[in-house]
Design a protein around this ligand. Structure first.
Ligand code: NAP
Ligand code: MG
Length: 516
């Protein structure tokens, strides 16, 4: 197979007239399909269930994106059965062939880019720029893991031993359950599936209930790429009903999960209990939440720092696990920074993003909306409201970008993941104090430092305990291959999605030694 070197998929220019023209066509195409009924996919068969999940546009309640079939425990059982049967041949399929399906899917995805961006904008409330970055990331995962699987097959990491021919091989685990979040409903789902199947596993996918339509489109693309039946089985459904069932099932060999800490810990606990007929210890990859901080040092370009913090805090309405939710600012530049940040934030427009009219869209659903507004109320008592602080009266879940200053590092809004457009600003006496505050949560996902002081950056390199640390740039936007992604502590098991070690998580190593 002639393979070019991996490079990140380029993003688009939404000021270009031809790009806008294509997006307009894609938007009308997606709109024409509003309200479509979509099936489950089990062993390649499309199954229309009685009960459905209604997926709505969080930025316009009157728009129903689709009605997706809702899997029951019986469907979940059938999906695990299909994945188990599928595994028999798939594990023996050559890596070259398996990677080939990923490369083909990447190419189909490129051809459907506009449509996927439009759908992400409607179903997940992403502006086009964010949606484009997500589609590019999904393509990157396919291209990257395909290449990594071929590479993994070439290595034999054992040293020579006298009179023996020895080999260490990476073999698949078996049937995996993939449980994905709504905030990157295409890229994360695609990456978690692709990384697992390319090394020979088969999977049952339970997408987040807020975004099942985009997940379906991904499985359809894999199907179009020619992937055999039973390798990816798609069963949207309730976390508590079928999620628990899938996780605790004795046929499940591993769980690849991304989502909140609460659900991640629950899954880890459930998976650790052996079930009747279960022959293995289940492996759990669990990537969870964050309470990510950016430190603003006193030797700093304040405008640059304010732009980076605002983009990290309010990009995709703060609904990224990597989003900055704490700005920790040296007392000497505190007031000036707040002013620069308020100025940056005032430029953000909020409203429906499905036709790219605004920068910041809605939050994902009613629960999130109410929870975030509650945090804002708490925050108003815990600090000084600088900007925002209210909901916006539109038929969608819109909340203003909100900055609350003078927050104590122990305050509720400085410790708990809010997952919305709310930033707590905390004052530090000096750089050491800032680092202390930054590390003082149970999480450890991303972090950032804006500083011109080389020694402070070096100190942060050693002492800022997060999986992804960024200097003088925003703390969101990890690129596949360049910024392997995954955190420490309660942020998860540090899978490092988009990194060279990722696909190995879904393999076990077999050593074969032969006496010569
Ligand atoms: P969530 O509510 O925890 O849901 C995640 C997934 O778990 C969904 O598919 C959900 O299904 C499912 N689920 C819920 N209860 C379950 C159960 N009892 N058993 C099995 N599955 C169950 O998280 P979310 O709101 O979708 O996503 C936001 C969270 O994800 C944030 O905390 C964010 O920080 C985190 N995140 C982390 C990363 C990372 O790489 N570290 C990346 C992205 C997001 P339903 O939708 O049906 O409830
Ligand atoms: Mg929705």
């Amino acid at each position: 197979m002639l393979l070019t070197q991996f490079i990140n998929e380029p993003t688009m220019d939404f000021n270009d007239a031809s790009v806008i023209g294509n997006m307009e066509k894609a938007v009308s195409y997606v709109k024409r399909n509003f309200g479509e009924k979509l099936p489950l996919i089990i062993n390649g068969e499309r199954i229309f269930a009685e009960e459905t999940i209604t997926s709505i546009n969080p930025g316009n309640f009157s728009q129903v994106i689709g009605f997706i079939s809702k899997a029951t425990q019986k469907d979940a059982e059938a999906a695990l059965e299909a994945a188990s049967t599928g595994f028999v041949n798939w594990q023996k399929t050559s890596t070259r062939e398996r990677a080939g399906y990923l490369f083909k899917a990447a190419s189909i995805m490129r051809n459907k880019k506009y449509e996927l961006i439009a759908l992400l904008a409607y179903e997940a409330g992403k502006n086009w720029t964010e949606a484009d970055a997500e589609v590019a990331e999904a393509i990157d995962f396919l291209e990257f893991y395909g290449r990594e699987a071929l590479e993994l097959e070439r290595v034999n990491p054992v040293i020579p031993f006298p009179n023996e021919q020895n080999e260490l091989i990476y073999i698949p685990l078996g049937v995996g359950v993939v449980i994905s979040p709504w905030n990157f409903p295409l890229a994360i789902l695609c990456g978690m599936v692709a990384g697992a199947i390319v090394v020979g596993n088969t999977v049952v996918v339970k997408p987040a209930s807020n975004t099942p339509v985009i997940g379906y489109k991904f499985v359809e693309i894999m199907d179009e790429a020619g992937l055999p039946a039973g390798i990816i089985n798609y069963v949207p459904g309730s976390g508590s009903e079928i999620g628990d069932y899938l996780v605790s099932h004795p046929k499940t060999r591993f769980i690849n999960y991304t989502g909140s800490k609460e659900v991640g810990l629950h899954i880890t606990e459930l998976a650790s209990k052996g079930q009747e007929g279960q022959k293995w210890i289940k492996r759990v990859a669990s990537e969870m939440g964050g309470k990510d901080a950016i430190i603003v040092d006193k030797e700093v370009d304040l405008e640059d720092a304010a732009r980076g913090v605002a983009a990290s805090a309010f990009g995709y309405t703060g609904q990224k696990c990597s989003a900055c939710s704490r700005a920790i600012v040296d007392k000497e530049v505190y007031d000036d920074f707040l002013e620069a940040l308020a100025f940056e934030t005032a430029r953000i427009t909020v409203g429906p993003v499905s036709e790219n009219k605004h920068y910041m869209g809605p939050v994902i659903d009613k629960n999130a909306y109410n929870k975030i507004l509650e945090y804002i109320n708490t925050g108003k008592k815990e600090g000084r409201l600088i900007t925002g602080g209210s909901k916006i009266d539109l038929p969608g879940y819109f909340i203003e970008p909100t900055i609350i200053a003078d927050v104590s590092s122990k305050a509720c809004i400085a410790q708990e993941e809010i997952f919305g457009p709310v930033l707590a600003v905390i004052k530090a006496h000096d750089f050491g104090h800032a680092l202390e505050i930054a590390n003082d949560t149970e999480f450890g996902l991303t972090g950032g430092v804006y500083s011109k002081n080389r020694r402070n950056l070096e100190r942060a390199r050693r002492e800022f305990h997060v999986g992804n640390l960024y200097f003088n740039r925003k703390c969101t936007g990890a690129a596949v291959g360049a910024h392997p992604f995954g955190g420490f502590n309660m942020s998860g098991t540090n899978s490092k999605a988009g990194g060279k070690d990722y696909i190995k998580l879904f393999t076990q190593m077999k050593l074969v030694a032969e006496k010569l």
